[in-house]
Design a protein around this ligand. Structure first.
Ligand code: FE2
Length: 479
């Protein structure tokens, strides 16, 4: 039989727009992406032709030094209507006391504390106050600083107003944005991104973007990293599949406006804000290519991997993204997500075991009900477990977990929580400790009702010791 003609794809694979997210995305993590809003505007086999098509201007943006190992090189080329240098005088803006960038012990405005802390859901601005994404940004904690390009910051945002003819450029570091309430309709120099609760968004340092609020209000979390970039974690014995899969990351396609109205560009450097004006939109990139580009990821797509017979895995198996610190082999931060999964292990204490970690744990919740018993975590709230301080489930939960009949069970249904696993000690800001009005003090005595059962077994213990040829325990007052 002669071969029959099949068919060919007519375009590379891309996402499918929906009513909730009308934009198109390229898929993959760290690809060398290429996109042109007008066909033929990306130069072929050249980045800086003498004259670009339609007199577009070439401009490079990089996220790593020119001389970097090829595996870590990050940069992008824009082909835009005007170069970014076309703007008016740069001016300082008044200091926003709620934005912090210096987490050093020498900064009197931050505090290191070993207390477990939590915050109730942060308030959305009142309708009478018009607060946009940048104005509603408040720093909770962090370590290091952007000048040394080592460290990170944790922020929350609440907003009720779209940014209008105003864009933002963070020169301090990359932003990992986790919406909790309300979609963010984000225009970037690379194209448009819609992100919702359950998705994360990474916008790297030096990229200009503006945030619209299609649902009217918004609340969420931000992790900002200094001098590093997010990567997918190594898979080790997990193999080549599982966890966050590269194909599930989505990067925008080129999209530009012809807009010659007045725009502001707000720049953040060392936590201070500056602004310049220009007589045209910053979003005039007709084509671009490169691997330094923003992306989003729907965390419901995370492939959970865990033990299926007995014992527990460490929570690092829930790592979506990580970022290297300058200490070899130590992550600056691991971003973990807790999504619904089956728990099928036997002879195992199922909730998280009691532990004291070198890492600081900062948790938030995007939606649903938290199943843990020791912290008051709910959508829009935050908890803080400092390095080496002991924590785990309540005594009631421990009793239940150590005596329950273990069967396969579905856990975390309808819920999504996340954890920032931070390798360094972090300090807390004045906003977090004094001005947020949402601070919870986790009671130090929370576990003091824990009754150790060992003394109830003294007769058995002594019998075992005597059988082993050893003396029994000399305990006069049994409890
Ligand atoms: Fe923990």
């Amino acid at each position: 039989m002669p071969p029959l003609p099949g068919t060919s794809a007519t375009a590379p694979f891309a996402s499918t727009p929906t009513e909730a997210d009308p934009y198109l995305y390229q898929v993959g993590f760290g690809n060398q992406f290429a996109s042109e809003a007008i066909p033929g505007t990306l130069p072929r086999a050249c980045n800086t032709p003498q004259r670009c098509k339609y007199d577009l201007v070439s401009e490079q943006l990089n996220g790593t030094p020119f001389v970097s190992p090829r595996a870590s090189l990050l940069h992008a080329w824009f082909y835009r209507i005007r170069p970014s240098v076309v703007h008016k005088k740069l001016k300082s803006l008044p200091k926003n006391p709620d934005i912090e960038a210096n987490f050093s012990p020498s900064n009197e405005k931050v505090t290191f504390t070993p207390h477990d802390l939590g915050w109730d859901a942060f308030s959305i601005p009142k309708p009478s106050d018009s607060i946009d994404f940048i104005q509603g940004w408040k720093t909770i904690s962090g370590h290091g600083d952007p000048a040394s390009k080592e460290g990170l910051a944790v922020h929350i945002y609440t907003a009720n107003s779209s940014m209008t003819n105003k864009s933002f450029c963070n020169n301090d570091g990359d932003l990992l944005i986790i919406p909790q309430e309300g979609r963010l309709d984000i225009q970037t120099e690379f194209g448009r991104i819609m992100v919702r609760s359950g998705e994360l968004l990474v916008i790297q340092a030096g990229m200009r973007f503006t945030v619209g609020l299609p649902d009217g209000t918004a609340r969420g979390y931000i992790q900002e990293i200094f001098g590093s970039h997010y990567e997918l974690p190594e898979l080790g014995p997990v193999g080549s599949n599982g966890m966050a899969m590269p194909r599930d990351f989505e990067t925008p396609v080129a999209d530009f406006d012809i807009d010659q109205s007045k725009w502001q560009v707000v720049v953040k450097l060392m936590g201070n804000l500056f602004v310049y004006e220009q007589d045209h939109t910053p979003f005039d990139v007709v084509a671009w290519h490169g691997n330094y580009a923003p992306y989003k990821y729907a965390m419901e797509k995370f492939i959970n991997t865990a033990t299926v017979d007995r014992d527990q895995s460490d929570p690092s198996i829930y790592c979506v993204l990580t970022a290297k610190s300058k200490r070899s082999g130590v992550a600056l931060s691991e971003f973990l997500v807790f999504t619904p999964k089956w728990s099928v292990t036997r002879n195992t204490f199922r909730p998280p075991y009691y532990h004291r970690n070198v890492a600081t744990e900062i948790m938030g919740m995007t939606y649903g009900t938290w199943s843990g018993s020791a912290t008051s975590l709910h959508p829009g709230s935050l908890t803080y477990e400092p390095s080496y301080m002991p924590h785990g489930e309540s005594f009631e939960r421990w009793k239940e977990a150590t005596s329950m009949d273990l069967k396969p069970q579905r856990i975390g249904e309808g819920a999504m929580a996340f954890m920032m696993h931070i390798s360094s000690h972090v300090s807390l800001t004045e906003y977090a400790l004094e001005r947020s009005e949402k601070l919870q003090h986790q009671p130090d005595e929370f576990w003091n009702d824990f009754k150790g059962g060992f003394m109830d077994h003294l007769d058995e213990v002594n019998a075992d010791l005597e059988n082993a040829g050893r003396s029994g325990l000399q305990v006069e007052h049994r409890q």
